[in-house]
Design a protein around this ligand. Structure first.
Ligand code: ATP
Length: 197
């Protein structure tokens, strides 16, 4: 089974594109969603409380993602520590998930950061979704009801899109003009064929 990673900078349209692959019957693992789910596990919650202090927990002792984000996105060291807790757990979970897939030629993992963490090397192919910065900002501000500054704060930790494009096996342009479906179908055919070799 071939492993494809699907990545791209904030608001580029990863989830939108992965939905199109899903419609073709391709199993898609959403690493960022899984990461958020893991924050709810007692053991993870406790480690985060110990590491970042009670300030990042709400009244019920659960991780307050907004508070956690404000800590980690203004301190690279803290972001690194958070990733060191979450990423190995996501990696193990992805391996289990992959092992449970039957009769599929390839699977996709959607993740905002694959190159930044060095995890891209664990994938056979990498798909990058690219979109102009102003469009990405606009889309995320509308979707999350946040300011462009908030989005830029998060984007600051991501590698330049041009670098990701250079490292990608396939690039999907999501500029609002180029249709997504034909691009997805084309890459699907290529991955399908490559996985059969
Ligand atoms: P994040 O990095 O925050 O996880 P993402 O890369 O997964 O974001 P999406 O959530 O797929 O990006 O897209 C961001 C927003 O832009 C969503 O509200 C989505 O519906 C919208 N969007 C994405 N692509 C298009 C498009 N081609 N046309 C119109 N809206 C779009």
């Amino acid at each position: 089974m071939l492993l494809a990673g699907l990545t791209g900078n904030i608001g580029s349209g990863k989830t939108t594109v992965s939905r199109l692959f899903g419609q073709l019957g391709v199993p898609v693992y959403h690493a960022d969603v899984k990461g958020r789910q893991l924050l709810k596990q007692a053991a993870v919650r406790d480690r985060i409380g110990k590491l970042f202090g009670k300030d990042v927990l709400d009244g019920a002792g659960n991780v307050d993602r907004k508070k956690l984000a404000s800590v980690v996105f203004s301190d690279d060291n803290m972001l690194h520590k958070l990733n060191a807790i979450i990423h190995p757990l996501v990696r193990d979970d992805f391996q289990r998930w992959t092992a449970g897939q039957r009769s599929v030629r390839y699977v996709i993992q959607e993740a905002a950061i694959l190159f930044e963490t060095g995890h891209a090397k664990h994938f056979d192919r990498i798909i990058v979704v690219a979109a102009p910065l102003n469009m990405r900002l606009d889309r995320v501000c509308k979707r999350d009801n946040v300011s462009p500054d908030d989005v830029l704060k998060r984007a600051r930790h991501q590698m330049e899109e041009e670098v990701k494009i250079m490292r990608a096996d396939y690039v999907i342009t999501n500029d609002g003009e180029t249709a997504l479906t034909p691009q997805v179908h084309h890459i699907h055919r290529l991955l399908w064929t490559a996985a059969g070799d």
